[in-house]
Each structure stands twice: as structure tokens, then as C-alpha cells.
Design a protein around this ligand. Structure first.
Ligand code: NOJ
Length: 745
């Protein structure tokens, strides 16, 4: 028997680890600051972007002169060992103070070897896998001259209309916090100065995912309890994991645009949490303070950004061109300016550029680390771990490898570009394996028939007849449905999350052909698919899984890999149910199907697939949770154990989940909240005792006065393989406690 001890992952009450003072760094930074002109200081805060060209991204002709004049501190979207070396040489040999440049890019889920989109990786519930993915991305990206990635996106998303839900870890702050920390570890490693680690960026600070109506960039209006208790928690975890940078978000929060939000950036992030990294604006975010309506001029916008603590101005060039008068007049203080410059120089020091500005720009290493067999193998493994089996009636899956004829239907099946998902850095679709190719490779001696069926969008049904013909000839049908990759990601919101175009109609025709049908979904957000759920026996959520997508999907469909992923986000039945998330409040009239309860007349109030849901080709049972005590003081710890047994015929993975409810409190509390999870692998008939430890931090919440407190009273613990498949136990807290907001554990 395996015994696993697991402390609930640290989330609340964390403080950024105090960095050991580095006197050499401070001496260097002080001496540079003393020498720098106003223009050179503003230059360090200026980030310019690269332009696409036939030979890859390049700076504009005039930018080389700006590097020489010390008027630029970093570039976004420039990479390549030889080219970054060339630009770096201009900075360190041609500029007065020889300060190296930082090269940044959106390396979100892989650089050349593309891994699953972050929402998919979150479905693995496997921090080690997520860390590995970020590690590989970092190795490849730094091999191409990059020092800084604009990832991880740690925004909580409760609205699947919002296109950027694809880039985060879903709806839950606890899972989000654990994966935020894992990604930071993956990118930054243990030594930021090593040539294969890079500065990570927790973004978008803050509450970017709470955009009204799911419309990207839209207004955010949140109670302080929800802002700090839900949306801030993954940022706090990233800060505690030592993330080197944070990006401000485009949105306002309660009336104050984040690029001008001194209370949250200088106040909470730096002040209360004690975090000391560099804050970068989002693209043109400083300039956008004008349309937000809080600045009348570029100069005013720049002053607001610097007051708020936004150090780096991404592309608006306001800091470089429009704030010098405000500094000279004292409207922006020397101290404010110098602190921003100090943080940029510290970041350069921490990644090792003052020791060796060329250490990331090594042509030989670039060749060695690109798309290696190891990287592809890791991408395939993480991809398989990210697949969620939503439904498997009559054990249709796995399909037999001895099938003679398999039909693969759907445009997305052959779309290797969509397999890469949104943000694919230097990923190339010709190197990616489509679902169709993966299935062909898995069944070399079978006949694999392909029909397009329907486009993802539009009203064309001309492919239906061929799809039905092909389905009739097959032993089984694999129908690939969903969204093209351009249908999620930045600004790509949808007012309806139902299957687009004629795809549901196609599914009806194919299903009527009478062969066993498996649907594989490709999508960057939850989809509302009640018809599929009712009529298609087997449904796999395969997201966008990256370069190795086709192999991973085939591994699962033909049983070489037993799926073990779980949903990191709720799947509604209909768009009209949004927002729908598992950690909701009970209300005074809890939801039910009848009477004056919180419900709908036309759709059940429940989700189609709840948060944490996911099946396996085997089955698991849970014992009732055993508690180390029935009553505890807030300062005690509570140990919870349960036995999980594989009761089926195959080895498989289960994600054991622990939820908690504070039954009665001075403010309303969610019906349940995730407080621990562990992905375990069990052979047939094997069992494991899983142990979770709860502490005051796990029981705490923000009260009416925004104190983080534990209150005496009853709590309910739930354990199981999903948020709605749970066994319960109860305990009492006898004495309360007030916790610091940023108390280290
Ligand atoms: C805008 C996006 O919001 C942000 O996430 C990204 O890092 C920047 N553009 C730079 O590409």
C-alpha cells in the first residue's frame, strides 16, 4: 500500500520570500543610477516591440540608434541567438553606460515545442507536469536569446465567454495558485542567472478575468472580499514563489484602471505582500489611461503610471517621450522614477546580464535545444495528462486497435494549426500532429477514412452526405468538433458558447448513421453541448494540446493511455447560465428544481459537467474521510485521510480532491472550496491512503472589515473525484483567530 502525505498547497497568508540582499547588485545599481541622465533612466523603462520580417522579428531601423543612445531598456517579440547577440553588442559596446537589453516574449505554453494551452494543462491537476512544461519552454526560449516571458497568466475566469479563459488555469483560486507557483518554478528554476531559466510574469494584475459580460478589457466591479479572496490568490502564490515580474491589466477595478492603481500595485502587491519585482504595463496600457478617462494627456497618463508603480512602459513610449517635464517639475518624484529604474536594473542583474550579456545568445545552444525528441516526448505526455473523459456510456472507449475501418470526421481533425492553440510563440503548424495524422499513425494497417463534414463556422452543409457515407462504412466514428484556435484568446470572446456553425447538425447526421461515435472536442473554453451529452455515448475533452496533439489523442482513444484529467472549470448547459461556478454562495433560497428557489424555468440550474469532473477507463472508490480530531483550535492542524481504491481492470490515474465548507460564519461563505488535491496512479485493485493537512490558512476568509479571520463553529469536509461526487465529514473549530494578510506559513 502506498501512503501519501500531502500538505494542502500553500495559498493564503503567504508573503513573498525576503530575498537575500545582494550587496554587489545594490552597489552596481546605485553606481549606475548616479551616472544616468534623466533620458537614460526613462530609456530603461521603455520597451519597444519587434516587427515581423522575412528573416524573423526585427527592430525598426531607427531603434538601433535608440539603443546606442540608451533610450531603450527592453524589447518585446525579438528573438534568435545571433540577432539578439547583435543588438546586445550595440547596447554593451555602443551605448554610454553599457547597460544590456532585456529580450521579452509571450512564451505561454511552449516556444518551438508547443505544449497544451494553459487551460488544458490545468485539467491535468498535475503541478509537476505543468512545471515540466514551463521548464521546456524556458530551455527553448532562452536558447533563442530570450530572458523574460509574459507568463503565467494567473487570472481566475468564471465566464467562459471571455476568450482569454484559454490562457489561465480556470475558475478556482486554489488550483490556480498551485499551478501559478508551478509555472513560476518551471520558468525561473532555482537560479535565474542560469542560461536556461527566464524571468516569469504573473499577469494580468488584477481581476482581468472578471470583465463584465465576458468582453475582454471590460469594466470590473468586485466586492473587496471577492477581489482579495478569489482573484488575488494566484498572484499571491506567484509572488510567494518569487516571480520576477508582474504585468498590469487593461481593465479598471472598482473605478480605477490598473495602470493607475497605486493602491493595488504599490499598496497591496509591493507593500502588503512585500514583493520586490518589476511591474510591466500591458501593451499600450499607459496610453489607454486616456480612453479610460482618468488622464487628459500622455504626460498625465505617464505620471499616473509611475505613481502607481508601473515600471516598464510597453510600447506606448510615453515614459520615454512625454514624462520628462513632469519629472523636472517634481510632479513625478526622483524617488519614484529611480525606484522604477532600480527594479529594471535589478531584473537585468538577476538574470545575469551584468555578468555576461551574451549568455543567452548562443547559436550552438539554440540548435541543440530546439524541438528535441525529449521535448516532444514531454509535450506528448503532458498532452495525454490534460485530456478529460467527459462521458463513456457502454464503455465505447477505448476503441479497439484491431478495428478495420475508422472514420474521422470534422475540419478540426485535420487542422494542425488549431492543435497549437492561441499564442504559439515560434511553434509551427507543419511540425504539429493533427488528430487525423495521429490516428493514422496509431493504426497503420487499418483503413482510416476522412471526411470534412462541416466547417467550424458558417452554414455550409455540402459535406454532410460524404460524412454520412464515410460513417456508414466504418467500425467506429471519431468526430472532432469545437472551435478554431482563433475563437479564443485575446479579444476573441463569444456571446454564445454553444457549438458554432453546423457542427451539431453534422453530429446528428453522423449519429443517425448508427455506428459507435466518439466525439473529441477541440476548444479553448467550456462549451455548452447538451445535445452531444444526451446522444453521443463517448465524449473526450481534448482542448488544444500542442505539437503532439494527434499522438496524445490517439493514445487515449485506443487505450494506450488511460485518461485521468479533470475539469478545471464548470461546463454549463447553456450560455444563459453564466456565470456558473462550483464555489458559489448558497443564497437564502438554495437552488432546486421546484418552487421559489434560485433556478431557471427553461434549463436546470446545475452544470452539464461540474468542476473537477473527469472519468477513467477504470473505476475508483473512496472510503469515508477519517479526521485526526473532531474539534480543533484555529492554531491546530487537522489531518484528513481516506483510502482510494482502483476497483476496475486497468491501471489509471485519479485526482483526489478535498473541499471545505464553513457552515456558519459572519459573512456568507461558498458552498464548498477546494483545499487540497493529489493526482495518484493505481494499478488494478491497488489502494492508497491519501493524507491532507488543514491549517488556519485553509479555514480563513475576509470578514466584513477585510480582516482575514478563522471563526469558531462547524465545518464540513468533502472528498471525492469531483466537486459533486463527494463523501463528507464534519469538525468544529473551538477558538477563532485573526491572521495577517501576508503571514508566511
Ligand atoms: C497584450 C496581452 O494582454 C498580454 O498578455 C501580452 O503579454 C501583451 N499583449 C504582449 O504581447
Amino acid at each position: 500500500m502506498l501512503v501519501m502525505a500531502l500538505a494542502a498547497a500553500p495559498v493564503e497568508g503567504q508573503q513573498a520570500p525576503a530575498r537575500t540582499p545582494v550587496p554587489a547588485m545594490e552597489r552596481l545599481v546605485d553606481s549606475l543610477l548616479a551616472l544616468m541622465t534623466l533620458e537614460e533612466r526613462l530609456g530603461q523603462l521603455t520597451q519597444l516591440s519587434g516587427q515581423p520580417s522575412d528573416s524573423g522579428p526585427r527592430v525598426r531601423a531607427e531603434d538601433e540608434a535608440r539603443i546606442r543612445a540608451g533610450r531603450v531598456g527592453s524589447f518585446l517579440g525579438i528573438y534568435g541567438a545571433a540577432y539578439t547577440r547583435r543588438l546586445q553588442r550595440i547596447a554593451v559596446q555602443g551605448s554610454r553606460l553599457k547597460i544590456p537589453l532585456l529580450f521579452a516574449y509571450d512564451v505561454i505554453h511552449g516556444f518551438r515545442t508547443i505544449f497544451p494551452v494553459p487551460l488544458a494543462e490545468a485539467a491535468s491537476w498535475d503541478p509537476a507536469a505543468v512545471e515540466r512544461s514551463a521548464r521546456v519552454a524556458s530551455v527553448e526560449a532562452t536558447g533563442h536569446g530570450l530572458h523574460w516571458t509574459f507568463a503565467p497568466m494567473v487570472d481566475i475566469a468564471r465566464d467562459p465567454r471571455w476568450g482569454r479563459i484559454v490562457e489561465g488555469a480556470g475558475e478556482d483560486p486554489y488550483l490556480g495558485a498551485a499551478l501559478a507557483a508551478a509555472r513560476v518554478r518551471g520558468f525561473q528554476g532555482t537560479d535565474l542567472a542560469a542560461p536556461n531559466t527566464m524571468l516569469a510574469t504573473a499577469k494580468h494584475f488584477a481581476a482581468y478575468g472578471a470583465a463584465e459580460g465576458g468582453r475582454d478589457y471590460n469594466t470590473v466591479d468586485l466586492s473587496p472580499q471577492t477581489l482579495h479572496g478569489i482573484y488575488m490568490r494566484p498572484f499571491q502564490a506567484a509572488a510567494a514563489a518569487g516571480v520576477g515580474s508582474v504585468m498590469a491589466s487593461f481593465n479598471e477595478v472598482n473605478g480605477v484602471p490598473m495602470h493607475a492603481n497605486a493602491d493595488l500595485i504599490n499598496g497591496v502587491l509591493r507593500g502588503r505582500w512585500g514583493w520586490d519585482g518589476v511591474v510591466v504595463s500591458d501593451w499600450n496600457g499607459i496610453q489607454e489611461l486616456m480612453p479610460h478617462g482618468v488622464a487628459a494627456s500622455r504626460a498625465e497618463a505617464g505620471a499616473l503610471g509611475l505613481h502607481a508603480g508601473v515600471d516598464v512602459d510597453m510600447v506606448s513610449e510615453i515614459y520615454g517621450k512625454d514624462v520628462s517635464a513632469a519629472v523636472r517639475s517634481g510632479q513625478v518624484t526622483q524617488h519614484e522614477l529611480n525606484e522604477a529604474v532600480r527594479r529594471v536594473l535589478q531584473a537585468k542583474y538577476r538574470v545575469g546580464l551584468f555578468q555576461d550579456p551574451y549568455r543567452y545568445s548562443d547559436v550552438e545552444r539554440e540548435r541543440e535545444v530546439t524541438l528535441t525528441a525529449d521535448h516532444r516526448a514531454a509535450a506528448r505526455d503532458v498532452a495525454r495528462r490534460s485530456i478529460v473523459l467527459l462521458k463513456n456510456q457502454g464503455k465505447v472507449l477505448p476503441l479497439s486497435k484491431s478495428s478495420k475501418t475508422i472514420a474521422v470526421i470534422g475540419t478540426l481533425a485535420a487542422d494542425a494549426g488549431s492543435a497549437l492553440g492561441s499564442w504559439s510563440a515560434d511553434g509551427r503548424k507543419e511540425e504539429a500532429v493533427s488528430v487525423l495524422d495521429g490516428i493514422r499513425r496509431a493504426l497503420p494497417s487499418a483503413q482510416v477514412l476522412y471526411a470534412r463534414g462541416a466547417e467550424v463556422e458558417g452554414t455550409d452543409t455540402s459535406g454532410f452526405a460524404e460524412a454520412v457515407r464515410v460513417a456508414r462504412r466504418a467500425d467506429a466514428v471519431i468526430l472532432v468538433l469545437g472551435e478554431r484556435r482563433e475563437m479564443s484568446g485575446e479579444a476573441n470572446n463569444r456571446a454564445s458558447i454553444e457549438l458554432p456553425g453546423m457542427q451539431e447538425e453534422l453530429a446528428k447526421r453522423v449519429q443517425a448513421a448508427g455506428r459507435p461515435v466518439v466525439v473529441a472536442l477541440m476548444n479553448g473554453r467550456p462549451l455548452a453541448i447538451p445535445w452531444l451529452d444526451q446522444h453521443i455515448p463517448a465524449i473526450l475533452e481534448t482542448w488544444y494540446l500542442g505539437t503532439e496533439m494527434g499522438y496524445a489523442v490517439a493514445d487515449v482513444i485506443f487505450g494506450d493511455y488511460n485518461p485521468g484529467g479533470k475539469l478545471p472549470v464548470t461546463f454549463p448547459r447553456a450560455t444563459g447560465q453564466i456565470p456558473l461556478y462550483y464555489n458559489h454562495k448558497n443564497t437564502g433560497r438554495p437552488s432546486g428544481e421546484k418552487g421559489n428557489t434560485s433556478k431557471y424555468l427553461d434549463v436546470p440550474w446545475t452544470p452539464l459537467y461540474p468542476f473537477g469532473h473527469g472519468l477513467s477507463y477504470t473505476t475508483f472508490t473512496y472510503s469515508t474521510p477519517q479526521l485526526s480530531r473532531r474539534s480543533m483550535r484555529a492554531t491546530d492542524t487537522l489531518v484528513i485521510q481516506m483510502v482510494v481504491t482502483n476497483t476496475g481492470q486497468r491501471a489509471g490515474d485519479e485526482v483526489v480532491q478535498l473541499y471545505l465548507r464553513d457552515d456558519v460564519a459572519s459573512v456568507t461563505r461558498p458552498v464548498k472550496e477546494l483545499r487540497g488535491f493529489r493526482r495518484v496512479t493505481l494499478r488494478p485493485r491497488e489502494h492508497v491512503t491519501v493524507t491532507f493537512t488543514l491549517r488556519a490558512d485553509d479555514l480563513a476568509f475576509y470578514d466584513r472589515r477585510m480582516n482575514r479571520v478563522v471563526e469558531p463553529g462547524g465545518f464540513t469536509v468533502f472528498v471525492g473525484g469531483g466537486s459533486s461526487e463527494v463523501k463528507e465529514a464534519r469538525f468544529e473549530v473551538t477558538t477563532g483567530a485573526q491572521l495577517g494578510d501576508a503571514r508566511p506559513r
